[in-house]
Write a protein that binds this ligand. Structure first.
Ligand code: FE2
Length: 281
């Protein structure tokens, strides 16, 4: 008998802009939820007005963590200071290990239409913060999709029901895009040393046990408390679309400043110094 995790916090996120003026909703990395170890940030961008995304994210640095960008609609070009270039199209993920540092741009390829995606930041432990930068561009067709009892799971990272994503992670994570038919139930073991959340895109999620359910509405992130499994049901007569993530806690000090996430203030100052003196990326 598993001990189902309950939702302990509901987060609505904040409308903001980043890059050169891309409108987005910041869901993790706000005063409400600064981080959920090992997750440092979650942004949702979903705009069909080109004025809200066309300026993109011109050259900017990163050090000390990984970014997982998942695109549901639109297309982006990625370019970095080492000459790497990649295309991110609908349904694909880009997993970027910034490690010791990259300077890159993330620019929309489209002039109109919907641009919709999520960027999740995953921390690196101190011993890997200065690792060599690495990219995993994984097109939609390489990401496994599992259909099981009314649950359609696209496995962005980790393992669901015996099927594993090709994405390689330094920190153990599960990250799924889930569609549930009305009444369908998604269940996933979550080790005790992991944090877990769901972000509901459409529908209403009923979580936890039948006698003590907790609910998460569309547009909200639900943070799970302790336990050894997560259970989510599509409530009512509507389908449910959501993101699920769980990750092993790193349990180290987090000192962050803009695009750099390190363990100490000294390391953070060094990151800014290296960037300003052209030694990063
Ligand atoms: Fe970036």
């Amino acid at each position: 008998m598993s001990n189902l995790r309950k939702i302990t916090q509901l987060i609505q996120g904040q409308n903001t802009s980043d890059g050169a003026g891309v409108k987005l909703k910041r869901i993790i990395a706000t005063p409400e939820l600064d981080q959920l170890d090992p997750f440092l940030l979650l942004d949702e961008f979903k705009n069909d007005n080109p004025d809200d995304y066309a300026a993109g994210f011109p050259d900017h640095p990163h050090r000390g963590f990984e970014t997982i960008t998942y695109l549901l609609a639109g297309a982006f070009t990625h370019q970095d200071s080492h000459g790497n270039k990649g295309h991110l199209t609908s349904g694909a993920i880009q997993w970027m290990t910034a490690g010791k540092g990259i300077i890159h741009s993330e620019m929309p390829e489209q002039a109109d239409g919907l641009a919709w995606g999520y960027q999740l930041w995953l921390n690196l432990p101190g011993k890997l913060k200065m690792t060599e930068p690495k990219y995993q561009d994984i097109p939609a067709e390489k990401l496994p999709v599992v259909n099981h009892d009314g649950v359609r799971a696209k496995i962005l990272a980790g393992t669901y029901n015996g099927t594993t994503s090709p994405a390689q992670s330094h920190t153990p994570v599960d990250y799924f895009d889930l569609y549930l038919t009305p009444g369908a139930v998604f269940k996933q073991p979550v080790p005790a040393d992991h944090n877990a959340f769901i972000y509901v895109i459409e529908g209403k999620a009923k979580t936890g046990s039948a006698d003590e359910p907790t609910y998460v509405k569309a547009g909200f992130l639900g943070v799970f408390g302790p336990g050894d499994a997560v259970q989510v049901q599509a409530d009512g007569d509507k389908p449910l679309h959501l993101l699920f993530a769980s990750g092993q806690k790193i349990n180290e000090p987090v000192v962050r400043g803009g695009p750099f996430v390190m363990n100490t203030m000294g390391e953070l100052k060094k990151a800014f110094y290296d960037y300003q003196t052209g030694q990063l990326g």
